[in-house]
Design a protein around this ligand. Structure first.
Ligand code: SF4
Ligand code: SF4
Length: 103
């Protein structure tokens, strides 16, 4: 079945585009994270805001926060772990979905 496209309002100028490459920009569609086994969890204390994870996420689901850190849009994250692998300060940990309450 073809996924439903999110409603999206085109920004009028470049500065209005959100700082996330896919989700908030309206390119992603309905939730696709249902089969994920591990999820990335960002330690905001360790994160230095380099945005490397933002650049390497193949699904564009890492978003920049106002304080120049990052957060994951879990509805669309597939749990591939690339962000955690590429974070040079080990601020991202891949956590088994069932163990989420233990951290
Ligand atoms: S790669 Fe690591 S340090 Fe850099 S923004 Fe992402 S979580 Fe923060
Ligand atoms: S686990 Fe994969 S899909 Fe999820 S935020 Fe990290 S790089 Fe993106």
């Amino acid at each position: 079945m073809r996924p439903k496209v999110k409603s999206y309002k085109q920004p009028s100028k470049l500065s209005e585009y959100p700082s996330t490459p896919a989700f908030e920009s309206g390119h992603l569609v309905s939730k696709n994270a249902g089969w994920r086994t591990f999820k990335p969890v960002v330690d905001a204390e360790k994160c230095v805001g380099c945005l490397r994870c933002y650049l390497v996420c193949p699904d564009g689901v890492v978003a920049r926060t106002k304080d120049n850190k990052v957060e994951i849009e879990y509805d669309f994250c597939k749990g591939c772990g690339i962000c955690a692998h590429e974070c040079k300060v080990e601020a991202i940990t891949m956590v088994k979905e069932a163990d989420e309450d233990e951290i």
